[in-house]
Structures are given as C-alpha cells and as structure tokens.
Design a binder for this molecule. Structure first.
Ligand code: BLA
Length: 318
C-alpha cells in the first residue's frame, strides 16, 4: 500500500461532507465523539487518498424518530480499504453518545478490521476497541504471532486504565484479539481523555499495519480473507448489541437497512452463506434464528489473555 500513499496530505473532504448535522452535534453536548472521528479520518486521509463512498450520500439524511437525536453517517473508500465508515449518535438530550467506527480492508490485504464501538449513556460507558482479527487467534497461533505479537505492549498500555469489563457474550471472544479493550466506566472527563488516547493509539497501530501490507496474489488466500470478512459481517449484522438502541431511534425497518447496508455493508454481497450456515447452533426447531445473543452464555469474568498474549480464558459460562 505504501506505494499508493500520497506525498502530501490528502484533502480531508469529510469535514465538508459532515454538513450542518455534524456542527449541531458538537454544539449540543459537552462530551462528544466528534474529535475521535475527526482524528480517525484525518489520520487516514494523511496516509491514503480517501474517496467518499456512495453510502454516505445515501444515509446522511437519515433522522431519528424523536426529531432531536442526531445521527452522522460518514463513509469512504481508499486504495486497499473496502470501507471506512462511521456512525455517530448524540445530541438527543438524554446524554446518550454513540460511536461505531470501523475500517474494513479489501480481501486482497490480510489486515485486521479496525473496530471502535463506544456507547455512552448519561453516566455509563461501554467500550470495545480492537483490531479485530480476520481469523480466530485462539485457534490460530501463526496468525496471532504475525499481527499481535508486536502489538502486545500497546494492549498492556491500557490494561490498567481501561480494565476488563466483565463477563460478555462468549461467542464474541473469537472475534477479538489479544489486545482488545473491553471495558465499562462511569463518565468523567479524565476517562474520556484516556479513551481518546487509546483510540488514537489503536488507529495509528492499524495504519502502521496498512503501510506494511502487501497485496496478496494467491487467489486461495484472497478467497479465505473474503470468507472470513463475510463471516465477521454476518455475525455482527445479526448479533450486534447496538441493535436495540437503533430500533428505538429509527424503527425496525430502518435499523435493518442501516445494519445491512451501512454498518455491515458487504454482508449481502461478499458471500452467500447465511448466519445459520456459519452459526448453526443458533437454529431454532422451526428453522428461525434464535434471538438470544449467546448460545453459550456470558463468560470471561476477567481478561482471558495473559500479558504475553497467551489465551488463558476458562470460558465457563453461566
Ligand atoms: C454492549 N457491546 C456490548 C457488549 C459487547 C459489545 C461485547 C457487552 C454485552 C455482551 O456481552 O455482548 C460489542 N460485541 C461487541 C463488538 C463485537 C461483539 C464490537 O461481538 C464485535 C465482534 N454498542 C454499539 C452501538 C450501540 C451499542 C453502535 O457498538 C448502540 C447504537 C450499544 N452495546 C450497546 C449497549 C450495550 C452494549 C446498549 C449494553 C446492553 C447489552 O449488553 O445488550
């Protein structure tokens, strides 16, 4: 990818595209995820030429049903990057702020998926920040070594300030890396600063991997990446914990469209397997998908990765 890098900073077009909704969101509340998005797109724009994705125009006019809560949809493509997309929600007067920022590489590049999912209500914050592995790192040591060995110090840097958030959907663990930040904390200016700093570091780490990535020429490897990304999208499009919040904000039908066409774009085009093909344990007797988020139950009360990146999770659900 480095050959495709721009010598000079690429124009940061997103700030123009953000429009009045973006400005309103910043004014309406003291804390906002705006600067996270600004940094993310600014940093990516300095390293690669960002091209607005048609998804942005399609979704940018979507409004919440309460007429107050603002939703900012931004989407870009870049050489080697299939989709950079950000959904930011806030300004509804109830203190809720959400950021869902992800980067999906082209399947020709063996790169993790950048994943920042932050949900903040008036006094609580639920955070997942990770470079989600394309392949399961609990089972696949080589893959873990290749990407995460060098990143372990970064994971350790935040292990104390942003400690493990407690039991979670067991199945999610297979989509997380040894440096995942999964945490919850009461709102405070200091904690939001720590989170910002972690976001900056993780995004820079992803960009450094992108700079080193070479285009894969072996078709069977590209196909494997394709499948892995489709499986990931299929999981999240069906079981993402944000669905409930979105349903309340924009109703059932729009939620489905936002999830399948914006947040997890590719779920209907990168592959034809269904959720039940990948996760048959969720099949109900009548053939429908079990609505439970987890079949195994919640587990992993403490961080299931040792500082040296060894999986030490017990995985006993209750
Ligand atoms: C909670 N969000 C969670 C939890 C996780 C994640 C692990 C804890 C609950 C659980 O055990 O499942 C995030 N889970 C992920 C991610 C992956 C995964 C990123 O499997 C990736 C593979 N969260 C959002 C957005 C909203 C949101 C956009 O990212 C709202 C629009 C809300 N997340 C949200 C809420 C909770 C939550 C409200 C707590 C409520 C709950 O547990 O259902």
């Amino acid at each position: 990818l480095s050959a495709e890098k721009k010598e000079v900073a690429a124009p940061v077009r997103w700030s123009l595209a953000a429009g009045p909704a973006g400005r309103g969101l910043a004014k309406a509340c003291a804390f906002s995820y705006r600067k996270f998005v600004e940094f993310g797109l600014g940093e990516l724009g300095r390293r690669a030429h960002l091209i607005p994705s048609p998804l942005q125009g399609e979704f940018s006019s979507r409004k919440a049903l309460d007429g107050k809560t603002e939703m900012e949809f931004l989407a870009y493509k870049a050489p080697g990057i299939r989709l950079i997309r950000s959904l930011r929600i806030g300004g509804g007067g109830d203190g809720m702020q959400v950021l869902d920022f992800a980067i999906f590489p082209e399947p020709e590049y063996d790169l993790p998926i950048f994943c920042a999912n932050f949900f903040s209500a008036s006094n609580t914050n639920i955070v997942v920040l990770d470079l989600n592995p394309l392949h399961n790192v609990i089972e696949n040591d080589d893959y873990k070594e290749k990407y995460y060995h060098g990143l372990l110090p970064l994971g350790m840097k935040y292990a104390e300030a942003l400690p493990w958030g407690g039991k979670l959907t067991s199945e999610s663990l297979s989509f997380f890396s040894p440096i995942v930040i999964w945490t919850r904390f009461p709102s405070s200016k200091d904690m939001h600063e720590v989170l910002y700093s972690a976001f900056v570091d993780y995004l820079k780490a992803w960009v450094s991997l992108m700079d080193l990535a070479a285009r894969e020429v072996d078709l069977s490897v590209v196909v494997a990446h394709h499948k892995a990304q489709h499986r990931y999208l299929t999981w999240r499009a069906e079981k993402d914990p944000g669905h409930q919040v979105l349903r309340r904000l924009i109703g059932e039908a729009d939620t489905k469209t936002v999830i399948r066409r914006f947040l997890f774009d590719g779920v209907d085009s990168l592959g034809s397997k269904t959720f039940l093909d990948y996760f048959p344990e969720y099949q109900c007797k009548d053939g429908s998908i079990n609505e439970k988020r987890s079949m195994v139950g919640k587990s992993f009360a403490s961080r299931p990765w040792s500082p040296s990146g060894k999986f030490i999770g017990k995985g006993t659900a209750d």
